[in-house]
Design a protein around this ligand. Sequence first.
Ligand SMILES: [Zn+2]
Length: 172
Amino acid sequence: MEHSTERAVWQALEQVFDPEIPKLSIVDLGVITNVRVDADRVAHITMTPTFSGCPALHVMKDDITHKVGELAQQGVVSGVQVEVSFEVAWNSNRITDKGREILHTMGFAPPPRLEGEEGKFYVPLEVLSDVACPHCGSRNTTLQTPFGPTLCRAIHYCNSCHQAFEQFKPLA
Ligand SMILES: [Zn+2]
């Protein structure tokens, strides 16, 4: 199918945001693994969950159906199919540079880049304790609890500016 139609679908997906981080689009979060518009002009969107059992998954799926459904109303596509697939596993390197920037401006420490290659990523040990404060940039920070408000986030405390902040945990 035409590239312009698929591009329109990607643009719609950029208007769907993580339910917990309202400025981070699901595209920048890296959960969309494939977009295909078939010969009947049905948009097939494949997404991978960030964490299995992530409660935000159903919200995201509904939001995608709704947002891309607007394209169907406009006649750009004829329908929407959202498939959740584990075939491409999410890892925190899938968060785009733009996504990392958004996390940072919202006061989150982005996850550190994983080392190694796809499928064989590892988390360098020092990065778990060496986290820069998103408020002041200090590395004099302490991990308070590895479990933040969601499984995906850890809470750190900055010893320089005395503010707590959340870090997106690296996930290989
Ligand atoms: Zn600080």
